[in-house]
Ligand binder design. Structure first.
Ligand code: NAD
Ligand code: LMR
Length: 332
């Protein structure tokens, strides 16, 4: 085995984690590396993780290293290479007597979690740690966490890969193309109903969506809203938010960061803006990203946005600015 990686997962007794955690140690996500897991839960349910650890042991994963579980995030974060921050409250449940319908309802409930976790990651995580926030509202939670961590060498991301995968699925049906032929599916902005899934720059068998999909009415009235509202559609149908597809998307994000991106390619996640594409600096914004040969993750900066795309993207940027304002009390 070449080397090892320590992965910290929060919300480890939740439904996403149940699909996610086995895939971290199955020998594909991190290749030949030994994977040490630290699973984190709140004190009320942390003991349940004993059962998950038993199942992991029973599953025979040759690449699985040490597995620990705890309710102490600070201890868990020591020397972490990867942090998958899933732990938070989802939409669709009743919390303190109120049904949680919108992501904005989650801002006040979940935002606070990321102050302490961010601080611990900044102090105890590896200097080059990668952090993927899955818990909603993912972009603003990552914004809060990154601010609290205050360590620029660490990479904070919020997950938009699920939106990208959903958009690929819709385009694959529309163009009658196998999903494996659809690449560069960019999600601009927030992981929320304002996100802009980019049907112009997506590549279908190497050709741009703008050259292949000449159906603006379908793009505006079907493609964009269906991707934006897919999370809600799953909640309405399942009575619980997406879990196995969210876990797969988290794995896809890790794999995209662990391996160099093919030339001309990109993948979707939200990271801190450096001003690229006119986004105010610091906002955690959905971008096209590339992983370079040395493992650095960068924004792909050569994408052209039409006026239509810019106007849609701006709506999401404005929403991120509003969310930033709403959590300013959590900033240092
Ligand atoms: P879940 O309720 O099944 O599990 C969440 C778990 O997090 C629970 O076990 C809870 O005890 C735990 N938790 C809460 N606070 C914690 C803390 N401070 N530290 C550690 N653990 C904590 O929910 P789920 O379906 O697994 O969803 C988790 C989150 O992921 C939700 O916020 C959901 O909205 C979000 N989500 C995001 C995406 C995305 O694409 N970004 C997709 C699907 C779901
Ligand atoms: C999703 O997109 O499925 C998740 O963010 C869950 C939600 O609340 O929509």
């Amino acid at each position: 085995m070449s080397s090892s990686v320590k992965v910290v997962v929060t919300g480890a007794a939740g439904q996403i984690a149940y699909s996610l955690i086995p895939r971290l140690v199955d020998g594909r996500t991190f290749g030949n590396k030994k994977v040490d897991l630290t699973l984190v839960e709140i004190p009320q349910v942390v003991d349940k993780l004993k059962g998950l650890v038993m199942e992991l042991e029973d599953s025979y994963f040759p690449n699985m290293g040490e597995v620990n579980y705890t309710d102490n995030f600070k201890e868990a974060s020591k020397d972490g290479d990867w942090f998958l921050l899933v732990g938070s409250i989802p939409r669709g449940i009743v919390y303190n007597g109120k049904k949680i319908e919108e992501r904005s309802d989650l801002l006040s409930i979940n935002g606070g979690i990321f102050v302490d976790q961010g601080k611990a990651i900044g102090e105890h995580g590896k200097d080059d740690a990668k952090i993927l926030v899955v818990g909603n509202p993912a972009n603003t939670n990552a914004f809060i966490g990154k601010n609290a961590a205050n360590k620029d060498s660490q990479l904070w991301m919020a997950m938009t890969m699920l939106d990208s995968n959903r958009a690929k699925s819709v385009i694959s049906k529309k163009t009658n193309t196998n999903i494996s032929e659809i690449t560069n599916m960019i999600i601009w902005g927030n992981h929320s109903p304002t996100m802009y899934p980019d049907s112009e720059n997506v590549l279908i068998n190497g050709e741009t969506g703008s050259s292949l999909i000449n159906d603006m009415s379908w793009i505006e009235s079907e493609f964009i809203p269906s991707v934006q509202q897919r999370g809600k559609a799953v909640i309405d149908a399942r009575g619980a938010s997406s879990a196995t597809s969210a876990a797969k998307a988290a794995i896809d994000t890790v794999v995209a960061c662990e391996n160099p991106t093919p030339s001309g390619g990109c993948f979707s996640a939200a990271i801190a803006s450096d001003g690229s594409y006119g986004v105010p600096e610091g906002l955690i914004c959905g971008y096209p990203l590339m992983t370079l040969a040395d493992g650095t993750v960068e924004i792909k900066r050569d994408i052209t946005l039409s006026d239509f795309a810019k106007s849609k993207f701006q709506i999401s940027i404005d929403e991120l600015l509003e969310e930033k304002e709403a959590v300013k009390h959590l900033m240092k």
